[in-house]
Write a protein that binds this ligand. Structure first.
Ligand SMILES: NC(=O)c1ccc[n+]([C@@H]2O[C@H](COP(=O)([O-])OP(=O)(O)OC[C@H]3O[C@@H](n4cnc5c(N)ncnc54)[C@H](OP(=O)(O)O)[C@@H]3O)[C@@H](O)[C@H]2O)c1
Length: 249
């Protein structure tokens, strides 16, 4: 990565950003940052949320193909093309069923494991399958999936949290594989993973005590925007942390 600001390479037309799972947490903070930069901000959520004068909301359960099909039909009918797509959909624990990341393999719960794969991995793959219809081959485009350093296989020194780690490692494979395939035809597309740091959201709430530093969602969103801003085409397929340093696979 260097200071070659990819956003400056785009023509001066109004830009569109789509944030998946943007009704809360880091996603909502990213929306606010880009709204201030003059972007048209589109948000998806499972909840029905009224459109505000700042953001356009769409209902999407990103784990379900039927929901994607309906969403993409709506977007295509309006001829909306996205310049930046940020996928912030993810889970770490299951509040409703009181299930938390595994401290030991003995705690493995197959439903929770599959839920992690569905939300943390499958959503990234579906995002690539469907949203490729809503980008322009001739325009610089960035698709960033929020991930976690815990998904790094080579950086795993303490074990634990098996379902989350496995689903995020698999998410990295989705990022790398789709970057290779789509890179053949979409020469101006950059697909990356972004580790946001430990951030004060409902996802991290039960685990913040053990973190060295906890960012507000706004702090993290500004750092992630800076990383996105400094991307180059050769960065596609890579995973970055909030400082712009590479997270190894
Ligand atoms: N917070 C941290 O410390 C931290 C650290 C490392 C990585 N991350 C990653 O950053 C991303 C965003 O996390 P966050 O902290 O902003 O969490 P968050 O506030 O809980 O937001 C996650 C979003 O995921 C969507 N979601 C959750 N469960 C879902 C399900 N079962 N099906 C479909 N969508 C679901 C929700 O969107 P709707 O309810 O609006 O549909 C929610 O807004 C995640 O990928 C997470 O792994 C976070």
């Amino acid at each position: 990565m260097n200071k070659n600001n990819i956003n400056n390479l785009n023509e001066n037309s109004p830009k569109n950003i789509l944030v998946l799972g943007g009704s809360d947490g880091i996603g909502l903070a990213i929306c606010k940052v880009y709204e201030k930069l003059g972007y048209n901000v589109y948000i998806t959520s499972r909840s029905i949320i009224e459109n505000s004068n700042k953001f356009v909301f769409y209902s999407l359960d990103a784990t379900k193909e039927e929901s994607w099909q309906k969403f993409i039909k709506d977007i295509n009918e309006k001829n909306i093309i996205f310049d930046i797509i940020v996928n912030t959909v993810g889970i770490l624990h299951d509040d409703k069923n009181n299930i938390f990341p595994e401290k030991s393999i003995k705690n493995l719960n197959s439903n929770f494991f599959m839920q992690n794969i569905e939300v943390n991995t499958l959503v990234s793959a579906l995002c690539m399958k469907y949203l490729v219809e809503c980008i322009n081959k001739n325009k610089n485009t960035i698709i960033a999936h929020l991930t976690a350093r815990l998904g790094s296989i080579s950086d795993n020194n303490i074990g634990g949290w098996l379902s989350y780690r496995a689903s995020k490692a698999a998410q990295h494979m989705v990022i790398k594989t789709t970057s290779i395939e789509l890179g053949r035809n979409y020469k101006k597309l950059i697909i990356i993973g972004l580790h946001p740091g430990t951030v004060d959201t409902k996802l991290s709430k039960p685990f913040q005590k053990s973190a060295k530093k906890v960012f507000t969602a706004q702090e993290s969103a500004i750092k992630l925007m800076t990383v996105i801003n400094n991307l180059e085409f050769k960065d596609t397929g890579k995973i970055f942390d909030y400082t712009g340093s590479i997270v190894p696979y």
